[in-house]
Design a protein around this ligand. Structure first.
Ligand code: SAH
Ligand code: SF4
Length: 355
């Protein structure tokens, strides 16, 4: 049985035709699913009963079941824990900001990349998410917060390495940006990657991959430290990564975000900051730096630096006229960075606030 949310517009049109329906049904279905965000065919009031029955019997519409959620009393962010059909769980974070709302979505159950500071990767990769599972995080979260609280920004910064699930992520981005489907702005979608060179090249030469923003988890300003924190760097070397990033065609308004998790005593010294500035060199206009103070978790091997140290790091970058922001993780009172709620919930399963 096909899942409607696995299909981009062209595929939806082809499917509609293949079952003998007129072409306009593709637009009509898209409107209900992506614009009105209904969760059942019965709500599609301008579709006949017979056709609704046919759709129900031949397609799947939903994927995610809300297991639990936590809302932060500090900043209003909401973490959702969803159950997939095979029993696996993933999370999504809704982040209300001053004049827009952002959704942080997952692309895999677990992750194979193995960064030392990351909770998501502890049990390795369990599996890729389907396109429908990626897209449904957006639909269900938007339904939960209400259509008035429009989600305008999507960041692929939840669980998993998006570029290791290339095809399904690509299709999800097509669905998000297609005017006839979710219709979000390309500039407001950010794919965050640990820096798999071959996949970044592939994405930029793929005409069918909608142009969106790129974020790279740099996390170190020298090869040795990066390799220690991110084993993927052994083959995807820092110098090659920077050379590639410096050569990408980047439109104005699409600055590449360099993410830098600050870890006490590992990569947070003034020396690291100066070296990062040198690494960026004359390409300041191409990048902005997001400093993310490390989020500790139970049994994590690292610590978060003091606030002063984080601010010092930022100031050094500013001295070089590099745009640098500190991203204190949202929802400190609930459960820190993406990937951690799931684990926490697994660990205290009997305390889950079932809805
Ligand atoms: N796999 C992709 C996207 C998901 S991780 C990537 O690595 O970019 C999203 C961001 O969370 C990355 O920048 C990562 O470095 C950061 N991150 C992971 N674990 C963290 C932790 N414990 N504290 C703070 N940031 C963390
Ligand atoms: Fe995977 Fe990103 Fe975590 Fe690294 S930081 S293990 S790439 S999810």
């Amino acid at each position: 049985m096909i899942n409607i949310k696995d299909l981009n517009f062209k595929e939806l049109e082809n499917w509609v035709k293949s079952v003998g329906l007129p072409k306009f049904r593709a637009k009509q279905l898209s409107k209900w699913i992506y614009n009105k965000k209904v969760s059942s065919y019965d709500k599609m009031t301008d579709i006949s009963k017979d056709l609704r029955k046919f759709l129900k019997e031949n397609t799947k519409l939903n994927n995610l079941e809300l297991l639990s959620y936590e809302k932060s009393n500090i900043d209003g962010s909401i973490k959702f824990l969803w159950k997939l059909e095979d029993g696996n769980t993933i999370e999504t974070v809704f982040i209300p900001e001053r004049n827009h709302n952002t959704l942080c979505i997952s692309t895999q159950v677990g992750c194979a990349v193995g960064c030392k500071f990351c909770f998501t990767t502890k049990d390795g990769l369990i599996r890729n998410l389907t396109t429908a599972e990626i897209v449904d995080q957006y639909i269900q979260s938007q339904r939960f917060v209400g259509l008035d609280n429009r989600i305008s920004n999507i960041v692929f910064m939840g669980m998993g390495e998006p570029l290791a699930n290339y095809d399904n992520v690509k299709k999800a981005v097509q669905i998000f940006t297609d005017e006839r489907m979710a219709g979000l702005s390309n500039r407001k979608i950010t794919i965050s990657s640990s820096g798999i060179l071959a996949q970044i090249k592939r994405m930029y030469s793929d005409k069918e991959f909608p142009q969106v923003r790129l974020a790279i988890s740099l996390n170190a300003s020298d090869q040795k430290t990066r390799e220690f924190l991110m084993p993927i760097s052994e083959t995807n070397r820092l110098e090659n990564l920077m050379a590639l990033l410096n050569s990408l065609p980047v439109k104005t308004g699409y600055r590449i975000m360099l993410e830098y998790v600050l870890i006490k005593g590992v990569n947070d010294s003034p020396k690291d900051a100066h070296r990062l500035a040198k690494l960026i060199g004359g390409n300041k206009k191409r990048y902005k730096v997001n400093l993310i103070p490390f989020n500790p978790y139970p049994s994590s091997p690292f610590e978060r630096p003091e606030k002063e140290r984080v601010e010092k790091f930022q100031k050094i970058l500013w001295q070089y006229n590099i745009g640098a922001f500190i991203r204190w993780s949202k929802g400190q009172d609930i459960s820190a960075a993406c990937g951690q709620l799931r684990k926490k919930e697994l660990e205290r399963a009997n305390l889950i606030k079932l809805l």
